[in-house]
Structures are given as structure tokens and as C-alpha cells.
Design a protein around this ligand. Structure first.
Ligand SMILES: Nc1ncnc2c1ncn2[C@@H]1O[C@H](COP(=O)(O)OP(=O)(O)OP(=O)(O)O)[C@@H](O)[C@H]1O
Length: 337
């Protein structure tokens, strides 16, 4: 469990002070995958780097497994940090060392007995499916393979927390997916809490249980990923979601619609299309599907439809009420009533 309480990070620069993190309080539960999203400059890196004291917070507390890291120093802080692995966008591997030596480096830093080091390196390489790459140098690896080495190194000392700083941002979509699947497997198999920062909502949708959205150093929204996708509260979050779940209907088609255009959203197991068909049958209206998709977020379906309804204001109002009673969330996005 990670408790962040009133955390702030202010940078001092020649031109004055810059706020990186502004009074953030968050709880990250044990064993969950927690995503932090935000645009460039929102404060994501500052926050994640404060979590293991790579950056010294200006004020506030970071409690990890019951210990306030900001109050630790010396050997106690070093030990606590060994229990927090970290991976980076640009991998940060030592280019003059082989893959095996890169991983062994982390084990030596934790005073692992020499005999155990070899054994553990083999175990870790197997875990990340790189057993055949032990003796090659990082330059001979693809980006995805380098990140796998980064993950093996971060897990070397059995951390309880893995911090991921834009871990997939330098990778292509397929490699990103394979790294995300590996992270999820590690999370589920070893119950390691994962905190990841990203500017890609797809990453969050793929593996996170809960998430926070940051802007100007502050957390503007946080909660279950499914809830945030199905009912975003801030304009910024809506913007992020649009990058993953969007109604891409060409404008000329929308312009040609003469009826009301509705955005209809179904959460969970509600069979959206069935409800819409029933509605069209029961009320004196005509319905025309413009777009429809079912997104799976944390294996739960989220049905999204864009449709045109034609009929009298009263009939359309009644149809909307009926759909809402059947569990839909309806928004009239043009010609609103
Ligand atoms: N070492 C530093 N010195 C001065 N200002 C900094 C430093 N690091 C970050 N900042 C400032 O803090 C704010 C938050 O930056 P941060 O890198 O944490 O954001 P971010 O969301 O991670 O962005 P990005 O995705 O571009 O890395 C920005 O205004 C940035 O300029």
C-alpha cells in the first residue's frame, strides 16, 4: 500500500521556482496496477520520482508498506528503495555490460551472495523470456528486449512495488502490448503493486485497475479505470478518453442528419443494441445507427452508440427516458432538447 499525503515538489531554477507536484494525496492499493496520465509537464515524472525519493519532495509524506520514506535516511532508506523497482522509457541499461551483468549489477547492489547471483539472473531471464540473451550487449537488442532486461533488473531484489516511467513510450504498438502483458503477468503472479505513468490512454485501458489524471501538478480525477472511461468528470479526462474511444463519424454525414443525434452508453452487461431496438419498436420514432462499438475495459464491456432519432420532441423525450430506465446513459449532442 502506498499513501501519498499532501505531496508537493517545487524546483528552484535560475528564473525562479517551478511547481512540479502540487499538494497531491493518493492511495495506491497493494497488488493493483495504478496508472497516472497527463500531458507533458503535468507532473507525472516528478510524482513517480518522488515515490522512491529519486526526487526529494519539498513537502508531504510517502508511506510505502507502513514506512514514511521522507523520514528515512542512510541504510534504512537504501533498504526501502531496494523494495521499489523502477523501469524507464529509455531503459537505462549499462551499455558496456552484458544483459546478465546488467541484472547481476542490481543483485550485487543488494549484497546478494555470489553463488545466488547466477541462479537469480537465470530465473529473471526466464521470467522475461530472454534466457538466450544472457551474454549479449544491450546494443544487440530490440527496444522491447531492452525493456525486458529493464524489467528483469527492476525485479531482481523481489520488490513489492514496480514504478514504470513511460515504460512503453519508446516502443511500437505490438511491442508495447507484449510489455504490458508481461507487466500484468508479473503483477498477478507476484502480487507486485505497479504504478505507471503514461500519456497514452490505451496503456491505461489495457492493464490498469485504477487511475489518476494529472494537470498542472495536481490530480484532477481518480478512480476505477472502468468508471472513469464510462463517466469522466473533467474535460481533460474526456479529451484523453476520446483518444481511445471516439465516435469517428465524418462531419458531412452528421451535417446531413435531420433528427436528434444521441450518444448512448451502456455499462456492463446491458445488451445495448437490444435496448435500442426495443426503443425504436415501442415509440413512434425512427432510429438510424451512425456508429457503434463495444470496448472492453478490464474485461468489462462498455457499449457506445451514436444514433440519429427522428420523431416529435415528446416521442424522443419518452424514448430517451425509456433507454435510461433500461440502464443507458444518453446525451443529446446536437439539436439538444
Ligand atoms: N529538474 C527540474 N527542474 C526544473 N523544473 C522541472 C524539473 N523537472 C520537472 N520540472 C518542471 O516540473 C513540471 C512537471 O514536469 P514533469 O516532468 O514532472 O511532467 P510530466 O508530466 O512527467 O511531463 P513529461 O511527460 O513531458 O515528462 C514542468 O513544468 C517541468 O518543467
Amino acid at each position: 500500500m502506498i499513501h501519498i499525503k499532501n505531496l508537493s515538489k517545487v524546483y528552484k531554477t535560475k528564473k525562479g521556482t517551478v511547481s512540479g507536484v502540487d499538494n497531491v494525496s493518493l492511495t495506491i492499493n497493494e497488488g493493483e496496477i495504478f496508472g497516472i496520465v497527463g500531458y507533458s509537464g503535468a507532473g507525472k515524472s516528478s510524482l513517480i520520482r518522488c515515490m522512491n525519493l529519486l526526487e526529494q519532495p519539498t513537502s508531504g509524506e510517502i508511506e510505502v508498506n507502513g514506512l514514511d520514506l521522507t523520514k528515512l535516511s542512510g541504510e534504512k532508506l537504501r533498504k526501502a528503495r531496494l523494495k521499489m523497482g523502477m523501469i524507464f522509457q529509455h531503459f537505462h541499461l549499462i551499455s558496456q555490460k552484458t544483459v546478465g551483468e546488467n541484472i547481476a549489477f542490481a543483485l550485487k547492489a543488494a549484497n546478494t551472495p555470489g553463488k545466488r547471483i547466477n541462479e537469480r539472473v537465470e530465473e529473471l531471464l526466464e521470467m522475461v523470456s530472454l534466457s538466450d540473451k544472457k551474454d549479449v550487449f544491450p546494443a544487440q537488442l530490440s527496444g522491447g528486449q531492452k525493456q525486458r532486461v529493464g524489467i528483469a533488473r527492476a525485479l531482481a531484489n523481489n520488490p513489492s512495488v514496480l514504478l514504470c516511467d513511460e515504460a512503453t513510450s519508446a516502443l511500437d504498438p505490438n511491442t508495447t502490448l507484449s510489455i504490458l502483458r508481461l507487466l500484468k503477468k508479473i503483477n498477478r503472479e507476484f502480487n507486485i503493486t505497479i504504478v505507471l505513468i503514461t500519456h497514452e490512454m490505451n496503456v491505461v485501458k489495457e492493464i490498469c485497475d485504477r487511475m489518476a489524471v494529472m494537470q498542472d501538478g495536481k490530480v484532477v480525477e481518480h478512480g476505477e479505470v472502468y468508471d472513469i472511461f464510462s463517466d469522466p468528470q473533467t474535460e481533460l479526462t474526456k479529451e484523453f478518453i476520446t483518444s481511445v474511444v471516439s465516435f469517428d463519424v465524418p462531419k458531412p454525414i452528421l451535417d446531413a442528419c435531420t433528427g436528434r443525434i444521441l450518444k448512448v452508453l451502456f455499462r456492463g452487461d446491458v445488451a445495448g443494441e437490444g435496448v435500442i431496438t426495443d426503443t425504436v419498436q415501442q415509440f413512434n420514432i425512427k432510429g438510424n445507427f451512425l456508429h457503434g462499438s463495444i470496448e472492453y475495459i478490464q474485461e468489462r464491456p462498455l457499449g457506445l452508440f451514436l444514433m440519429e432519432l427522428k420523431g416529435t420532441d415528446d416521442d424522443i423525450y419518452q424514448a430517451i427516458s425509456y433507454m435510461e430506465k433500461r440502464g443507458a446513459r444518453v446525451e443529446v449532442i446536437e439539436n439538444g432538447i
